[in-house]
Design a protein around this ligand. Structure first.
Ligand code: ATP
Length: 549
């Protein structure tokens, strides 16, 4: 936990700024505490009634400082959460689609959303109270030493009891809080998975069983939370008890000395008013520790996610050649996915000439999609290279390169935005006329205009509300609109009915004209339009490639 806190402070500049501001405000508050106690003692002992105004001023100043501290702490919490969320999203973006796809989305989503909100108590409670615990007691003790050194000695001796008891309880609760948080994030991930797969679970009669699993996980989480809360309540009780006892150890002797006349009323009152202020910040920091523990456990998970896989470094800075006139050459390309013993493709060498349309065929799992993934920069070859007009693809800036490519994947992802914006994915500023033209070319216009709001219809998550074939046609419309010189189609007609398939194949043929194209297809509808067919078997280019023209 300490390591996570240190890393938070080290890596997030907003925390360091927050701690400096908190330190200044706490010092001002501590001064007010001492002033308030001594003024109140003098007023109560009847010395100077005019000091009432000064006392009122100090009380108001203390309230303003407390308010400012809260506001600034809320702001700091919001800044830090935004920064950590941004860093995680950035990290996922840099991982690339294939590695990001291996992350446990549900758990990550819980951590980044609801999870990071648990940092609020850390910033608004624990941090200011810890700073208070470091600043206020020494100042109070110094004041007590000047007023009544005997009481100061009692406070110095008893004060360490609070952090000692707090640390003992903290050691006990740390594991519990971490377990509680792990259970919650697992529950979030599993819940997301079950909801997404509910139709499949229903069809296989497993819905009831999975709902039972979610219920059991919720129960585990509830029990873990109750155990953590029990310890938190008990520890607050213990700290409260130690603090009260310590104050009594100061108060009783002072009371007796007051009766015997060895201290005057003003000194006794100052000691009685100041002594609790020495214990209060430590007690408050001890209680706030429990509220903050969950936030620190979440920060731990965020750092674990950030450290999980080092983002692949694409160092390419070269200028992208004119791809309209550049050949694509796979030169003995071997790709191995992480955690896989066998390469997905081995020593693949082939050439796609500028403007040529090559069809890739081969059994499922042969490595066809992997070859497209290499071209898209989603995976990097373990050995070998891809040349674009003689330039190594690894030397080109990946974003600039992808701008030259339109991709229709096997399972296109549609976003929960309007149909028009889904088609605009590759050209966000395209006017609606171009969107409609692209949809027409992809045989999508007909069904889109029948939707309630036409092109403005907001789709459900991942295109819920559209058939697979319709989703595929939206993805093809995207490629039309993108109008990129290189086209990669992955079984683009797999989900279309024969009539649409023929229409899309004809439209694809128009789109392919003059573009360098790699098409993964088995159906004659698409293969009829390619210049050459390359067969892939078990990750290798099979001996024969045939020409269709
Ligand atoms: N992200 C991944 N992580 C690990 N292994 C993968 C990944 N994607 C593909 N593979 C493996 O790589 C091999 C080639 O898969 P690929 O998807 O390239 O085949 P394909 O010919 O496109 O198959 P299909 O026609 O079924 O789409 C397979 O053995 C597959 O299990």
């Amino acid at each position: 936990m300490k390591a996570t806190q240190r890393r938070l402070t080290r890596e997030v500049p907003a925390i360091r700024r927050h701690m400096v501001v908190t330190g200044l405000l706490t010092t001002a508050t501590a001064t007010c505490v001492v002033l308030q106690a001594s003024l109140l003692a003098r007023v109560l002992s009847g010395a100077v009634v005019s000091l009432m105004f000064g006392l009122a001023g100090v009380v108001v100043a203390r309230a303003v400082l407390a308010w400012a501290q809260q506001v600034l702490a809320q702001r700091a919490a919001a800044t830090v959460k935004a920064e950590l969320r941004g860093r995680v999203l950035d990290h996922v973006r840099h991982l690339g689609p294939l590695q990001a796809g291996r992350e446990r989305h549900g758990e990550l989503a819980t951590t980044v959303t609801r999870g990071l909100d648990a940092l609020d108590p850390y910033f608004t409670g624990y941090l200011p109270k810890t700073v208070g615990a470091a600043v206020v007691p020494p100042l109070v003790i110094a004041c007590l030493a000047v007023t009544d050194w005997v009481s100061a000695v009692v406070v110095v001796v008893t004060l360490p009891l609070i952090p000692v008891f707090g640390a003992l309880v903290g050691l006990h609760t740390r594991k519990r809080t971490e377990r509680q948080w792990a259970l919650l994030s697992r529950l979030g991930g599993h819940f997301l998975d079950v909801v997404a797969g509910l139709p499949t679970l229903r069809a296989f009669g497993r819905a009831r069983h999975e709902i039972g699993v979610v219920r059991r996980m919720s129960d585990d989480h509830r029990r873990a939370t109750m155990r953590t809360l029990r310890v938190a309540f008990l520890s607050s009780l213990v700290l409260e008890w130690v603090a009260t006892l310590s104050v009594a150890l100061v108060a009783v002797p002072v009371g007796l000395r007051l009766l015997s006349g060895s201290v005057d009323l003003e000194t006794a009152l100052t000691v009685l008013l100041l002594a609790p202020e020495a214990y209060l910040p430590l007690r408050a920091a001890g209680s706030a520790f429990h509220d903050s523990a969950e936030g620190v456990a979440v920060a731990d998970q965020v750092f674990a996610a950030l450290d999980d896989v080092a983002p692949p470094r694409r160092t390419g800075t070269g200028a992208v050649p004119d791809v309209r006139t550049s050949d694509l050459v796979f030169d003995r390309v071997t790709v191995r996915y992480p955690d896989r013993d066998v390469p997905a493709v081995t020593g693949v060498s082939m050439e796609v000439r500028a403007g040529e349309c090559v069809g890739l065929i081969g059994p499922s799992g042969a490595g066809k999609s992997t070859l497209l993934a290499v071209l898209l920069g989603f995976v990097e070859p373990e050995s070998g290279r891809v040349l674009v007009g003689g330039h190594d693809l690894a030397d080109l800036p990946v974003d600039a390169w992808r701008e030259q490519v339109a991709w229709v994947p096997q399972k296109p992802h549609l976003f929960a935005v309007s149909v028009a914006d889904n088609i605009r994915l590759g050209r966000p500023c395209a006017p609606i006329e171009d969107v409609v033209a692209a949809a027409r070319a992809a045989s999508a216009d007909e069904f889109v205009t029948r939707l309630t709001d036409g092109y403005d219809t907001i789709l459900g998550e991942n295109g819920t509300g559209l058939s697979m074939g319709q989703r595929q046609r939206i993805a093809i419309a995207r490629a039309f609109l993108r109008d990129a010189p290189i086209l990669l189609l992955d079984e683009a007609t797999a989900h279309l009915d024969p009539a649409s398939e023929a229409a899309v194949a004809a439209a694809s043929a128009r789109l392919m004209a003059g573009r360098t194209t790699l098409v993964i297809a088995h159906r004659p509808a698409l293969l009829d339009h390619v210049d050459r067919v390359v067969e892939v078997h078990s990750g290798r280019v099979a001996g024969r490639t045939r020409s269709t023209v």
